[in-house]
Ligand binder design. Structure first.
Ligand code: CUA
Length: 347
């Protein structure tokens, strides 16, 4: 047999397969990159998507490499009618083994470096960052803006173009949650006792959602909060509105409503009449109290709060321990504060 023929025929297969791999790789990559993505709404998202797209190129190439070689072999080298001998025997190929070891090594190392650079990029501190403290609990979110005096917001409002430093925590007795806005592309766990942080510069106005990204319990799927990226004017207006909602005057007015709607009024009058089921609220704030166990104390905020949430701990002398024990479940922190602010006005 002519020694040159098999070699020439292998080269022909090699050229055909190489061309096919190139074509399939390009088509696969185009197809993968054409798949719909969530819109982007942060500068970090652009960097993350760039890295993601780079992965798609490698995935497209590897897919083509495996599929083309496999399918080509299946069809071109299948046994033809009349062929019943053994196939050719190969002793291995050192050159090929070096190539398929070194090439993936280079690709993996390159992605390691690119990944590290990208991580440094998306976590880099920005100038004029606005701090937002994010508190996660089962199952909800709370946002505090220490620079602006906004507390306990239930929606995350951010001005477009403003770099934000999120300081994240989960309540001490709670579980791990994860802060994720898919349009921001970056996410971070919130771990009880371990403060974490995340940087985002929102750059597209719109309405988005924080979704908890850590399976945390029965309420996990509903652990959402609205995110509003708005212009600076709208944001400033929102800040004013949030502050007003927590002003003592607004809270006191809410407290007065709760006094009636939550039934406090049934036992606690506001007229100063000492004959009620429970102590009157008039003149209560700041007054000296005598308790059933003989101890005394001043009716300050802490006392009022514990009297609402754990009323059995200190019973005022002369009254029965009949107050319901479920106000920690019934009332929000804001509502408890509102009742306290209302009592303060009853001097
Ligand atoms: Cu919190 Cu899932």
């Amino acid at each position: 047999m002519d020694q040159g023929t098999p070699k020439r025929s292998y080269r022909r297969h090699f050229i055909i397969v190489s061309l096919l791999v190139a074509v399939v790789a390009i088509i696969s990559t185009i197809g993968l990159r054409a798949m719909p993505k969530f819109p982007r709404a942060s500068t970090q998202a652009l960097t993350v998507d760039w890295l993601y797209d780079l992965h798609l190129v490698v995935i497209g190439f590897l897919f083509a490499l495996v599929m083309v070689f496999m399918l080509y072999s299946l069809f071109v080298f299948r046994r033809k009618p009349g062929e019943d001998g053994d196939g050719d025997h190969f002793e291995g190929n050192t050159k090929l083994e070096i190539v398929w070891t070194v090439l993936p090594l280079i690709i993996v190392l390159a992605f390691g470096v690119i990944g590290a650079v990208t991580l440094k990029d998306v976590t880099a501190a920005q100038e004029d960052e606005m701090t937002v403290n994010v508190t996660a609990f089962s199952f909800g979110w709370q946002f505090d803006y220490p620079d602006l005096g906004v507390e306990k917001a239930t929606t995350l409002n951010l001005p477009v173009g403003q770099p934000v430093l999120f300081k994240l925590k989960s309540l001490d007795q709670d579980v791990i949650h994860s802060f994720y806005v898919v349009e921001f592309r970056v996410k971070q766990d919130l771990v009880p006792g371990v403060p974490t942080q995340l940087r985002v510069t929102p750059n597209v106005e719109g309405a988005y959602k924080v979704r908890c990204n850590e399976l945390c319990g029965t309420g996990h799927t509903n652990m959402l909060a609205d995110v509003n990226i708005v212009n600076q004017t709208d944001f400033d207006a929102w800040v004013v509105e949030q502050k007003a909602a927590f002003s003592p005057e607004r809270l006191a007015a809410l407290g007065q409503e709760l006094h009636a709607s939550q039934g406090c009024i049934a036992c606690h009058n506001v007229t100063g009449d000492p004959g009620g089921v429970g102590p009157t609220w008039k003149g209560l704030y700041g007054a000296q109290r005598e308790f059933a166990d003989g101890s005394t104390g001043v009716a300050d905020e802490e006392y009022l709060r514990s009297s609402i949430l754990a009323s059995q701990e200190r019973i005022v002398a002369g009254y029965a321990a009949v107050m319901p024990q479920n106000y920690a479940d019934v009332l929000s922190d804001q509502q408890v504060q509102a009742i306290i602010e209302y009592i303060k006005t009853l001097q």
